[in-house]
Design a binder for this molecule. Structure first.
Ligand SMILES: [Zn+2]
Length: 1021
């Protein structure tokens, strides 16, 4: 009907009928009903009404029928659809429609409420037009609307007219999108009025639309302000070569917060839709392989030094590792039994449940194969059935290992704890007078640490505090950190039970927003005292102070400022990345001076990402020093009433470059600390520092069985900050130095794995830890892998970023994973040399089978891969697929498919193989395109946990991440078994191993096929 001119015909009938001498309501009323229906479907209805002069006649009819409710109601229905076009709405406004509506919308009454409701709806529709909003402000309608709403609210005790109340609020909501509207609203005490309304009905589900609108208006009208910081730029600067960002700090001036008067309506945090398809690369020349060997021969030669395994002749192989083996025993682990991830888990389990039986000798023979999805044994299911805890038992909920009676320690250990806590303060509070030279830890700190280690000896697997201390002292930070965080020094031993995701309490965000509004309206209990600030170091809190004490000047620490807002509530600001004014997301800081059994609230108010897994079950991590000294040194997930939402702090232009939004976001969470006067550390995710990595590598190297494992640590390059970036080579020695064995050794394909280019993604380091430990373990799978591959691993591509507490960038303020196209040796040395090494390997025919860069993902759950496919990209972008794209095989899908079957945390569903323009300079895309590695991946691990598979509903612990690292290696083996080049010898050995575990029936089938093929071949020859 619309396409055949029905709207026009109806409108014309309306005009003709209305203009007749005595309009017939028997025609008009059905006509209006019809118009209201058709108008909903006709996008140009408003325009058509304008052109046919139906607007005027309807307004005239409405005026004439002000006292005739039924006729008026019909006119309003028509006006409502006319006003769906903003232009038509503006025209109605000019013709006095709003004045007319205000005659209809009366204070509370029980008469003609349908008409009143329709009038509020028409008014709300009209106020979508800015000019109508301006008119409304000028005529004082803001005050009228507020009064009307309050009147209806106070009289409508049975909540019968929620829709009228909502309609009035909707009008206000439109008006306050204008600055003048907000000013009028504030002047009319709108904040106070709506705040008290929200307080009275927050819990009432039947007035949900009202509360929702009230909250939106309050958020919109809360006066914006700059962050309470002297500058958005990082508190730390580094004179990076060619860095232009060392100018004078830019203050946050008031004019940076100019109102654009046209702000979008309040969206919920997760409504930020990105047009992803626009970002797909469709330029064939940028999707096709581009093998550019731009490195000269002599440049490539330097990488030969990093691959000595290729030229080594192993002459001394027999003598060196012959009978008179003399390997230095170390106290950390038995080198014959570097445990696999599986056995570690088993051991831990046995230890904590000694009643289950003696720790059996052969636990370390449990292979990773037992942990694959649907494998025979897994510890996890039992932990999943953990009884749900009472919410009031917040300490238990926090996961501390405290018994149910609530007693955590005997008097003895309490006394020793008090002494120890003092020592801890000494470790982490350097004397201010200490020399400011770059790399010395304070002497007292070290002595205190030594003393502590003496009185509380620890034996965390793959960790050694003494070694850590030595490494930490060598580590160079941009500002010269002088203290160590105890969790990094002491080590982390993951708890045996998994932590479920936090159920989000309904309405927690609203309560938080109202709390923020309360600061403005009822400031009597607001303290607003700066208690910690990197910019004002003289603000040191004495131990006598009743407020919490904060500290962050240690590796990966990044708290910049803490403001005590109320007695037990603190606003926190984290530092921007060095030489940058953005990327605040990661946090890691120490807090002390707390009381137990008190709920403290922390608000990190300068986060940048528009949404976070903190809204979907994720909790931050906490490490209690007293718990550690009691023998439970663990990072655990903690916090309640967690939510993440857009706040009133506005970003200034300087902080906006490349950023996605205009506002900052608040992460808020409440914590109950387990002990009085403890020192606790809070972090975004389980920290893993550069010094931890260096310690870990050293321990691995010391403890491997050199007859089994070829393990070599080289320095890839020095970072800008002067720290060595390690390159690890893992393989097996040749069986002997016979020509045949040497040949096998030199023919081994390469695998290249990198991680932690983004410093805030500490989950990537835990996955890498699992990979490294597995590869040197005596797991039979690891043995096969070593004997058949050479692994080149760069476990931390951005050491400086990790050390200095950055979230995203290097010391020059650049995202290193956007520098792979043309890396510069003097600007991005680690990227330049990683790419150089890959070019070298490629130039000698050793381009890696798989390249994978480990990352962390802040928005999604599970673990998944991003790969590259020309065909899928063109397909998704709606381009015709032809030419070389048609020839692309789908081998890039094999590894993720295998991992989907093996790894409990992994899911194929989140994998993507699209090549985005914005990712053209990432490791994944450049290694795929320039080095021709078809299996070039980014592996993303959620910060949160899993929503599928055996770990569904659980948050990740470090053990799960490490397990993923080991599973990735198993995936590489199975990938090789499926490849055409796989040797019969490897296939036979692997099949025997895998058959024994009934791992993968499709593998067996493949082996059988190969077997049949081989027999046939033998028969024919
Ligand atoms: Zn990343």
């Amino acid at each position: 009907m619309i396409s055949k001119g029905g709207s026009e015909a109806l409108l014309q009938t309306l005009v003709d009928t209305a203009r007749s001498a005595s309009p017939d309501s028997d025609i008009l009323l059905p006509l209006f009903r019809l118009l209201a229906k058709v108008g909903l479907r006709d996008k140009k209805f408003g325009q058509k009404a304008l052109e046919s002069e139906a607007l005027d006649v309807t307004l005239i009819l409405a005026r004439k029928n002000l006292s005739h409710s039924q006729n008026l109601l019909h006119c309003l229905w028509a006006l409502r659809v006319f006003a769906s076009s903003v232009t038509t709405g503006a025209m109605l406004g000019i013709n006095g429609a709003m004045e007319l509506l205000f005659k209809v919308i009366s204070p509370y009454t029980r008469k003609h409420t349908r008409t009143i409701r329709a009038a509020t709806e028409v008014l709300a529709a009209l106020l979508k037009s800015k000019s109508n909003c301006r008119r409304a402000v000028n005529r004082g309608y803001v005050t009228s609307l507020l009064r009307l709403h309050q009147d209806w609210h106070s009289h409508d005790v049975t909540n019968t007219y929620v829709l009228i109340r909502h309609g009035l609020l909707l009008c206000l909501r439109h008006i306050v999108t204008l600055r003048s509207g907000r000013e009028a609203f504030l002047a009319a005490q709108g904040m106070e009025t709506l705040f008290s309304i929200a307080q009275t009905c927050l819990e009432n589900k039947s007035v949900e639309p009202v509360i929702s609108a009230v909250i939106q208006i309050l958020r919109q009208c809360y006066p914006e302000s700059p962050l309470p910081l002297v500058t958005a730029r990082s508190a730390y600067t580094f004179p990076a070569p060619g860095s232009s960002s060392s100018g004078p700090p830019q203050g946050l001036a008031e004019e940076d917060f100019e109102d654009d008067g046209d702000e979008e309506m309040d969206k919920d945090s997760d409504a930020e839709a990105v047009k992803e398809d626009d970002d797909l690369e469709t330029d064939m020349s940028k999707l096709s392989p581009n093998p550019g060997f731009d490195l000269p021969e002599e440049e490539l030669a330097r990488y030969a030094v990093m691959c000595p395994e290729l030229s080594y002749n192993f002459e001394e192989l027999e003598s060196k590792y012959g009978d008179d083996l003399n390997i230095k025993a170390t106290p950390f682990a038995n080198h014959h039994h570097i445990p696999s991830v599986a056995s570690l888990r088993q051991q831990c389990f046995n230890k904590e449940h000694s009643s289950w039986g003696q720790e059996s000798e052969d636990t370390d023979h449990i292979s990773i194969l037992h942990l694959v999805k649907g494998g025979k044994s897994s510890i996890r299911p039992s932990s999943k059935q953990r009884p749900l805890m009472n919410e009031n038992q917040s300490i238990q909920q926090n996961g501390f290992g405290i018994d149910s009676s609530g007693h955590d320690a005997s008097d003895d250990s309490q006394a020793s704890l008090e002494q120890a806590a003092w020592d801890i303060e000494a470790i982490s509070c350097p004397t201010i007078t200490a020399s400011f030279s770059n790399f010395t830890m304070s002497e007292e700190g070290n002595e205190a640490a030594e003393k502590l280690l003496h009185t509380h000896p620890r034996n965390t697997p793959f960790h050694d505090p003494h070694l850590y201390m030595a490494n930490a002292m060598r580590t160079r930070s941009a500002v010269g950190f002088k203290m160590m965080a105890l969790p990094d020094l002491w080590g982390h031993c993951p708890p045996t039970t998994a932590q479920p995701m936090l159920d989000r309490k309904l309405g927690v965000q609203r309560i938080k927003i109202l709390e923020d509004v309360r600061r403005l309206l009822q400031p009597s209990d607001v303290i607003n005292k700066v208690v910690f600030s990197l910019d004002e170091p003289w603000l040191l809190q004495g131990p006598a102070s009743s407020c919490l004490r904060f500290q962050s000047k240690f590796e990966s620490g990044n708290l910049r400022k803490a403001i005590q807002v109320r007695e037990f509530e603190y606003d926190l600001l984290v530092n921007a990345d060095v030489n940058s004014s953005q990327h605040q997301q990661w946090f890691y800081f120490k807090v002390s001076g707390m009381r137990s059994a008190v709920l403290y609230r922390f608000n990190i108010i300068n986060c940048e990402k528009p949404n976070s897994q903190f809204n979907y079950g994720m909790q931050p991590t906490l490490y209690s020093v007293k718990e550690a000294l009691l023998g439970r040194p663990a990072w655990i997930r903690t916090g309640s009433e967690i939510c993440y939402y857009r706040n009133r702090y506005r970003r200034n232009a300087a902080a906006m470059d490349g950023a996605s939004g205009k506002h900052y976001y608040t992460l808020t969470f409440a914590v109950t600390f387990p002990h009085n006067d403890d020192a606790c550390y809070l972090a975004y995710h389980y920290p893993y520092t550069y010094s931890t990595l260096m310690t870990h590598l050293e321990i691995l190297e010391r403890n491997i069985d050199p007859r089994q494992v070829y393990f070599r640590q080289d320095v890839l390059c020095q970072t800008l900050g002067g720290n060595p970036c390690p390159l690890v080579t893992i393989t097996a020695f040749p069986e002997s130095n016979s020509a045949e064995h040497l040949e096998q050794f030199r023919c081994r394909p390469y695998q290249v794995i990198t991680a932690r280019v983004h410093p805030g993604e500490s989950n990537a380091s835990w996955v890498m830890k699992g990979t490294l430990e597995f590869l040197v373990s005596n797991d039979p799978v690891a043995k096969l892998l070593r004997e058949n591959f050479v692994f080149k691993i760069i476990p931390m591509l951005n050491p400086d970023g990790v050390i200095n507490g950055n979230h995203r960038c290097s010391l020059s303020g650049e995202d290193l994973n956007r520098q792979w196209l043309i890396p510069q040796a003097h600007l991005q040395p680690t990227i330049y040399h990683t790419k150089g090494l890959l070019h070298y390997l490629s130039s000698i025919g050793k381009g890696p089978v798989v390249f994978c860069d480990f990352h962390g993902h802040s928005q999604k759950k599970n673990v998944f891969l991003y790969g590259c496919s020309m065909k899928e990209t063109l397909w998704q972008a709606g381009c015709t697929v032809g030419g070389s794209a048609l020839l692309e095989d789908v081998s890039y899908r094999m590894l993720p498919k295998i991992l989907d079957k093996l790894a409990p945390a992994f899911t194929m569903n989140s994998c993507s193989f699209l090549v985005e323009k914005s990712r053209a300079s990432t490791a994944r895309v450049v290694v795929w395109r320039e080095l021709g590695v078809s299996r070039s991946y980014t592996m993303e691990s959620s910060y949160c946990g899993c929503n599928q598979g055996p770990y569904q509903g659980l948050q990740f612990g470090t053990r799960d991440l490490e397990e993923m690292g080991a599973m990735f290696c198993l995936g590489l083996l199975i990938l090789e078994l499926k490849s055409a080049r796989c040797s019969h010898k490897l296939l036979a050995r692997a099949t025997a191993l895998l058959n024994a575990d009934a791992l993968d029936h499709y593998l067996q089938r493949k082996a059988k096929r190969m077997d049949i093929r081989r027999r046939r071949k033998q028969e024919t020859t």
